[in-house]
Design a protein around this ligand. Sequence first.
Ligand code: DAH
Length: 355
Amino acid sequence: MDTSQMSRIQDDFDASLKTVEDARSLQDLKVRYLGKKGEVTGLMKEMRNLSNEERPAYGQKVNELRQHIDAAVEEKRAEIEAAALEERLKSETIDVTLPGRTFNIGSQHPISRIIEDIEDFFLGLGYEIQEGYEVETDYYNFEALNLPKSHPARDMQDTFYISEEILLRTHTSPVQARVLEARGGKEAVKIICPGKVYRRDSDDATHSHQFTQIEGLVIDKNIHMSDLKGTLELFAKEIFGGEREIRLRPSFFPFTEPSVEVDISCFKCKGAGCSVCKKSGWIEILGAGMVHPNVLRMAGYDPDEYSGFAFGMGPDRVAMLKYGIEDIRHLYTNDLRFINQFKQTEDGGETLESL
Ligand code: DAH
């Protein structure tokens, strides 16, 4: 029996095994020796050419070679797997001493916040929120509010006209006219209308061609000036603090009669006089009045049966007063350094000291 061939095969295998580095080439090597057409399998096939005496010893030798290869392959496989696991553990190690990743929480824009606060207050009093159109007709923006064409009071609101009859609304008051008309002259109305408005103003620290307003309207039987006053007093205390008082001064708006300008006592100096209230102790915050009979009539309401009050205010101005913002342009120029000052803490509290 010639065993030199077997020794050669084993030596070759041992040498090849040393160069194997991954599971795939290990498998290829195994197939080369033990596969169907492998070298060891070839030796097995030789058995049939041997005599009965030679066969057992030969078979044993081939078997030994086969077991040697099998064991060596398995050992190598375990080595490769252990190395791969080691590698993976190394790459996935978590360094628990590293600081956590912070993520940025945005902050609500001060105008949105003021609008939400005001909405919450009026919703609590049973008002509905109504929205109209930023592109309006001359009729709802002016005529239905007792401002016929060529009325001199139109000059108070310099207007962006799109065509002769279509414009960008100059105030939120047209929502009043639309809602009244839609209610058909019969139902009571209790609404606030927040939204954007537009005027042909040159932008500066206190003027902007686009800003926000909130309109309020209450119509029912037996609504009096005292209802308006009580509502606005509660409003002032809610938004500007419990000790605030209000003061009504006579004014003029075509859609209300009588009309008033409403001031609140200064929240900064408590009435003593400071730069916020221009030393007067009072700050003007809105316009209001009893709805003009012409406005009621045009919408189909009988002014002898129904009466009501209306008011209009600017959340931009309220935000500026409340947060001490000196230039209205900060509200629109999207400077993150400005907006980030209004971040809320995780528990919903506020971080700006002046709030
Ligand atoms: N629309 C007015 C303006 O933009 C504000 C206003 C004043 C609205 C009195 C009202 C009101 O509803 O009664 O200047």
